[in-house]
Ligand binder design. Structure first.
Ligand SMILES: [Zn+2]
Length: 295
């Protein structure tokens, strides 16, 4: 995948993605976030804001400017990683105190999980939803229909939102444009992730709007390629465990990720652990004092 319109990755600039969806990029580019976190604005007049992003004054001001004269009815959260939801509290405060919005704001999302995340992706505990979305829940907004699709895997509390009128899936971090999604245990779960990818086949999706990167026009192909990529890696894990039985994650990572630059191996160790935990859940691997072997 390539970013076709990289010139559009300017923090604070409002990009009209589709008829009903606008995007404002947060100024938080990094190895983990790519160009930064996309905050999406759904609808016109009565609007929803999806993933307010990190707690950042410039981003908050950009969101307020982008939505001037409009009423924020819903705030939707895909998950509570620190680049996605910490902007919620300051946004609600600014809407109520500065903009003097009196209409209620429904905050929809699942709160930080009971896990502590991982060193790679800690959870935002300031996020307090007013409503917990259940799989299949529908939210309506001035003629738009938004369906919650629970997609645990990248995070245990991950939810995608399907804008039915445009057949557009707001994927959060379930699918990214141009990079591999990190699955970091204990909160990240590879088995759940692959199942949540397969779940997407059951929806008539025309486009993905990811939290990082551009719109993706080939959703089915990308899901298929992503699952194939993960299963190919799993096969490599099994082969490495066969040739190096009773090894630690650190001992296995150099073999399993021999196609990845060594400076990324500390990150890859999380994905490797996620694969091995999946193998354990499938009854194919077992652990003995941090050493793993095939059953
Ligand atoms: Zn995330």
């Amino acid at each position: 995948m390539t970013n076709k319109k990289s010139s559009e990755f300017i923090p604070g600039k409002v990009i009209q993605c589709t008829k009903h969806v606008r995007r404002v990029l947060a100024p938080n580019p990094s190895m983990m976030t790519g160009p930064g976190t996309n905050t999406y604005i759904l609808g016109t007049g009565d609007i929803a804001i999806l993933d307010p992003g990190p707690k950042n004054k410039a981003h908050l001001e950009a969101l307020l400017e982008a939505t001037e004269g409009e009423t924020v009815r819903l705030i939707l959260s895909t998950h509570t990683h620190n680049d996605h939801s910490p902007g919620t509290v300051p946004l609600v405060e600014a809407l109520q105190n500065e903009r003097k919005q009196v209409d209620p704001i429904e905050i929809i999302g699942l709160p930080a999980s009971l896990h502590n995340g991982s060193p790679l992706s800690s959870h935002d505990r300031s996020f307090e939803p007013t409503r917990l979305p259940k799989h299949g829940d529908i939210f309506t907004l001035n003629g738009l229909t938004i369906e919650a699709i629970c997609t645990p895997g990248h995070a245990s509390n991950h939810v995608c939102y399907f804008l039915q009128e445009e057949k557009l899936l707001l994927t959060g971090d379930h699918i990214m444009d141009g990079s591999t999604v990190v699955i970091a245990p204990p909160d990240g779960d590879m088995k759940a992730y692959i199942e949540s990818l397969e779940l997407l086949y059951t929806y008539d999706i025309q486009q993905f709007a990811p939290a990082h990167g551009n719109l993706i026009d080939t959703p089915k192909e990308l899901v298929k390629a992503t699952i194939a990529h993960r299963l190919k890696r799993e096969a490599k894990v099994v082969a490495a465990m066969k040739s190096k039985p009773n090894s630690t994650i650190k001992e296995l990572v150099t073999t399993v990720y021999d196609d990845t630059p060594p400076f990324l191996h500390p990150v890859a160790e999380f994905s490797l652990l996620a694969h091995i935990i999946k193998l354990k859940a499938d009854g194919r691997a077992e652990e003995n004092s941090d050493r793993w072997q095939l059953v």
